[in-house]
Design a protein around this ligand. Structure first.
Ligand SMILES: Cc1cc2nc3c(=O)[nH]c(=O)nc-3n(C[C@H](O)[C@H](O)[C@H](O)COP(=O)(O)OP(=O)(O)OC[C@H]3O[C@@H](n4cnc5c(N)ncnc54)[C@H](O)[C@@H]3O)c2cc1C
Ligand code: SF4
Length: 561
């Protein structure tokens, strides 16, 4: 191998890889970003303004192709005829699970990763979350507290632009917000009804989103076209392509290499350091090697862990940096799908304008002040209100002009609450290398073992009860509680498998996402999480990544790495 030609290697160019690239480049490091997927050109690839009649299947999708090539991805609401191209091909990217324990692993494989299709909901964690493991004994204690990460949340929010309402809640700290989006009239009715019966515990607010409501750092405000998962030509929502990667590029220190599938990390046993990475060129299938002084794994939770599992050495026979034996264990995902829907009477002379790309949020209220007798931790609700439209045609009697005329008028206002709950870290939920299956590049695939526990099921049930209570408080009619049976993975908040901790005997990473065992190797995506909280996690990954990059550069300056 040649001498290192880069100071840093970052694996992955999605939400965390973009942040690592920006921070390392801006702090002076010549940085190579290795991305497994293809490059993305917003002008060619983004399709948020393409009308359905210009799509081959009128936006309804090629069902046969989906069943053949994206039999897992198609379970995700955003994998449709427009944005299906941003999700992986499941035949090229296989993984295995027991048939009675399904795990729906939703992935993006291109420059930008899942930051192109993500839902952009961003909520800070609090000490209720960072102290949870220590409090109830599940998992290991986080080696950080809110005070350690709060300045990094500030830093990230100021850069990416987050809109939201300040609430002053200890369990959901406020951030550096742009003006909030507005609630529509049905949502205001629900907000007021909930406040009347449940204040101060239950609060309905507008979602906090990484979408601009005012011009911000050269990017224009959102124009409410709606389908953000198809891309955004104005860069009004945060993704790495439009925000962090350009910042990294502006330093002149970034090299971004697409079609570079990282196979494993090269370990230098004499120096006890990572020396670089082995890559398979996705187009030519040629094996390549790249060297650098530090390596950041940002390939997404399970892909980063897979790289470590594939990097076995004599010293680390179960996977690189796995002296604790915890690598692959404590997989989590949020449990989602308990809630209720109902009709909000009246206001039929009112409607909405545009397609607000955001909904409502109800911050966690269970196990905040008093312990709940039946379950640990808690959940929050997303959802929103709207008037029924053309979708009402399905199952409606009649046809022809009369039916069309009837459907021209909007239907009544409806409202739904949809819960997202915390998942406990448990060593019995884990990933390992499948002994047989390999991906299209010959790299061993994962075998995933993950099931919900009683605690997660109880949260789901409670969501349906409390959602119905809140709709009742708002005067809703035809209230229908529900509990959807979603398998783990489908919430796309997979976390854990290389957790942080204070003790190298029980954790893979320290408080700076640095491997206890291999000091110049960092894992800053969701693999590092020691618990899952109930808030959408990506803003926390971003803050942890920026914090780890600053730490790594300082440590390099002190010649520690
Ligand atoms: C539809 C949808 C809605 C979502 N909504 C939200 C939300 O509202 N809020 C929220 O917080 N989160 C949300 N998420 C989750 C969010 O997208 C992820 O948490 C986030 O993208 C994770 O960032 P990451 O950098 O770890 O991974 P990614 O953004 O997926 O980036 C990983 C990158 O690494 C690359 N890569 C993988 N393996 C290799 C390899 N071996 N070699 C080289 N490169 C590799 C991939 O190609 C990819 O580009 C949503 C996700 C989806 C799909
Ligand atoms: S709704 Fe706003 S953020 Fe989403 S694609 Fe349209 S302009 Fe961009």
């Amino acid at each position: 191998m040649a001498a290192p030609s880069f100071d840093a290697i970052v694996v992955g160019s999605g939400i965390t890889g973009g942040w690592a690239a920006k921070e390392l480049c801006e702090r002076g490091l010549k940085t190579l970003v290795l991305e497994a997927g293809r490059p993305i050109d917003p002008v060619r690839d983004y399709v948020e303004h393409v009308p359905p009649w210009q799509m081959k299947f009128r936006g309804l999708g090629d069902r046969k192709a989906l069943e053949r090539d994206q039999f897992i991805q198609r379970h995700c609401y955003a994998c449709n005829e427009y944005s299906g191209k941003f999700f992986v091909n499941d035949r090229e990217n296989p993984y295995t699970f027991d048939p009675d324990k399904p795990f729906h692993w939703i992935r993006g494989r291109q420059v930008g990763g899942k930051s192109i299709m993500w839902g952009r909901q961003v909520y800070r964690w609090s000490d209720l979350d960072f102290e949870a493991n220590a409090r109830d004994g599940f998992g290991v204690d986080w080696p950080i507290r809110y005070a350690d990460i709060a300045p990094w949340y500030d830093y990230v929010e100021r850069f990416i632009g987050v809109s939201g309402e300040r609430l002053g809640l200890p369990q959901l700290p406020d951030g550096q917000f742009l003006p909030p989006m507005a609630l529509n009239c049905a949502e205001q009715v629900v907000r007021d009804g909930v406040a009347k019966r449940f204040a101060p515990d239950r609060i309905v607010t507008i979602g906090r989103v990484a979408i601009l409501t005012a011009p911000h750092r050269g990017r224009p405000a959102c124009h409410y076209c709606g389908p953000c998962e198809r891309g955004c030509i104005t860069h009004s929502y945060f993704n790495s392509i439009g925000v962090t990667l350009p910042a990294a590029r502006a330093t002149g220190r970034l090299t971004l290499r697409p079609y570079s599938v990282v196979h494993s990390v090269i370990y230098d046993g004499q120096r006890d350091r990572a020396a670089g990475v082995r890559v398979i060129d996705a187009q030519t299938r040629q094996p390549l090697e790249f060297r650098a002084r530090i390596v950041f794994l940002c390939a997404s939770t399970l892909e980063s862990t897979r790289i470590l599992l594939n990097s076995k050495t004599t010293r680390f026979p179960t996977g690189l940096a796995d002296s604790s034996g915890e690598l692959g264990k404590n997989l989590m995902d949020h449990t989602m799908g308990g809630g209720a829907r109902g009709m909000i009477p009246g206001m039929e002379d009112r409607t909405v304008h545009g397609h607000r790309p955001n909904g409502i949020y109800v911050p966690r209220f269970r196990n905040v002040k008093a312990p709940h007798p039946e379950f640990l931790r808690g959940y929050g609700f997303q959802g929103g209100g709207g008037r029924a439209g053309w979708g009402r045609a399905a199952g409606r009697p009649g046809f022809g002009v009369e039916l069309k005329r009837a459907l021209h008028a909007e239907g009544p206002w409806g409202f739904s609450f949809y819960g997202f709950g915390e998942c406990l870290p448990r060593s019995t939920n884990y990933v390992e290398l499948d002994p047989v299956t390999v991906d299209a590049w010959g790299i061993p695939a994962l075998r995933i073992h993950c099931v919900w526990s009683d605690n997660e099921r109880k949260l789901l049930h409670d969501m349906s009860v409390t959602a119905a209570e809140m709709l009742d408080a708002a005067g809703a009619k035809d209230i229908m509680p529900f509990v959807d049976d979603n398998p783990p993975g489908l919430t796309i908040h997979e976390m854990g498998t290389a957790r942080m901790g204070r003790d190298p005997k029980t954790s893979v990473l320290n408080a700076h996402s640095q491997c206890h065992d291999v000091k110049n190797l960092f894992v800053t995506d969701g693999a590092c999480m020691a618990s899952s909280a109930n808030q959408n996690p990506s803003i926390t990954y971003m803050a942890l990544t920026a914090r780890a990059a600053a730490y790594a550069v300082d440590a390099m300056k002190r010649n520690e790495l």
